[in-house]
Ligand binder design. Structure first.
Ligand SMILES: NC(=O)C1=CN([C@@H]2O[C@H](COP(=O)(O)OP(=O)(O)OC[C@H]3O[C@@H](n4cnc5c(N)ncnc54)[C@H](OP(=O)(O)O)[C@@H]3O)[C@@H](O)[C@H]2O)C=CC1
Ligand SMILES: CC[C@](O)(C(C)=O)C(=O)O
Ligand SMILES: [Mg+2]
Ligand SMILES: [Mg+2]
Length: 336
């Protein structure tokens, strides 16, 4: 059975029109939620920690800023949009004490509820609205008059109105312009972690890197390798995004299409798919979450080592030089 999709025509803003929404944080997701909701005519306050470097940026964007504690006290809906690893401490210290009955606690990702790291009181609504894309793009597409597909889930419905509030919120950030569907915290958390690790981030970057290194190690110019294995990815993916596989294959040569069918399965093999299944198992069992939180609690030694290695990789060094000569690529600065 096809999922029920919600679009602008199906969803009213009314359930949150008279409410105050506190957006906690002003990073990738938070700045986009705050600005999109405000531009949809809703009442927003941004809650930031003491001494936050984001205060000036949020105020410059015309948003009201308060401490996290004051924002939670004032608000009806509290959307927690700081990094997953930092959420439990901030929740316990600055949110929970002020989360009185009848308020709603919301998330952009189900990680901390699903893995039991935040346990809200029973008398508040708990929901998530997860846009399927990066926060900077959430703002960009909204400002361009478009929207980003989003999914929502209700974990606690203390008010009896949590679904309507979540859907109205999804409309406020522009989700219903593109399509919104209902999920659970479990499904959102597990599919999101799987997608970003196996395909969107881990899969794509490591595929590009392996292709780039293969060409450079064989003696080809790094600049050509960069254009071939990285720059052109966007152009091919744009066609897939707009027209699906068939539409993309219509645009490429028969030579490329033939190579796609013959060589694709040599690169992404049955073993790759078996590994994807193992990755999914580690996500479902909580093994990945434990590993992530352990690294975070030690100050991210593993993650910082990986960041350092890539910063000096020829792919990144050559890529920056080439992108600097293409102002049409870099003209869209990230606002936060
Ligand atoms: N990035 C994305 O596009 C997506 C993210 N999500 C989810 O959205 C949530 C937010 O992620 P993301 O936008 O990447 O987060 P960011 O890393 O961009 O968040 C940065 C913001 O969090 C604040 N912050 C960081 N640590 C603390 C802390 N200990 N106490 C108070 N404030 C803190 C920062 O404050 P300051 O300004 O003071 O430095 C800053 O405003 C996560 O649940 C994530 O999984 C979901 C979909 C996509
Ligand atoms: C793909 C990564 C993501 O899940 C996202 C932008 O949707 C994230 O956690 O940032
Ligand atoms: Mg994610
Ligand atoms: Mg995601």
């Amino acid at each position: 059975m096809a999922a029920k999709m919600y679009y602008d025509k199906d969803v009213a803003l009314t359930p949150i029109e008279d409410k105050l929404i506190a957006i906690i944080g002003y990073g990738s997701q938070a700045h986009a939620h705050a600005q999109n909701l405000r531009d949809s005519g809703l009442n927003v306050v941004v809650g930031l920690r003491d001494g936050s470097s984001s205060k000036a940026k949020a105020e410059q964007a015309g948003l009201r800023v308060a401490s996290i504690e004051d924002a939670v006290k004032e608000a009806d809906v509290v959307m927690l949009l700081i990094p997953d690893e930092n959420q439990p401490k901030t929740y316990t210290e600055s949110i929970e004490p002020h989360l009185s009955a009848g308020k709603a606690l919301a998330f952009g990702h189900g990680f901390n509820i699903h893995f039991g790291r935040i346990k809200p009181p029973a008398d508040v609504d708990v929901f998530l609205v997860a846009p399927k894309g990066p926060g900077h793009m959430l703002r960009r597409v909204y400002a361009d008059g478009a929207g980003m597909p989003s999914i929502f889930a209700v974990e606690q419905n203390a008010s009896g109105n949590a679904r309507e509030i979540a859907l109205a919120y999804a409309r406020g950030i522009g989700g219903t312009r593109a399509g919104v569907l209902e999920t659970t915290f479990k499904e959102e958390t597990e599919t999101d972690l799987f997608g970003e690790q196996s395909v969107l981030c881990g899969g794509v970057t490591h595929l590009i890197q392996a292709g780039f290194e293969t060409l450079v190690e064989a003696g080809y110019q790094p600049e050509i390798a960069y254009f071939e294995t990285l720059h052109e990815v966007k152009l091919i993916v744009d066609l897939i995004y707009e027209k699906g596989f068939e539409g993309m294959r219509h645009s490429i040569s028969n030579t490329a299409e033939f190579g796609d069918y013959v060589t694709g399965p040599r690169i992404i093999t049955a073993d790759t798919k078996a590994t994807m299944k193992d990755v999914l198992t580690d996500i479902q069992s909580g093994k990945f979450a434990e590993k992530f939180i352990a690294d975070a609690e030690s100050g991210f030694p593993y993650m910082n080592e990986q960041r350092g290695k890539m910063r000096t990789h020829t792919l990144e060094v050559v890529g920056k030089e080439l992108r600097d000569q293409m102002p049409f690529i870099t003209k869209k600065e990230l606002e936060v």
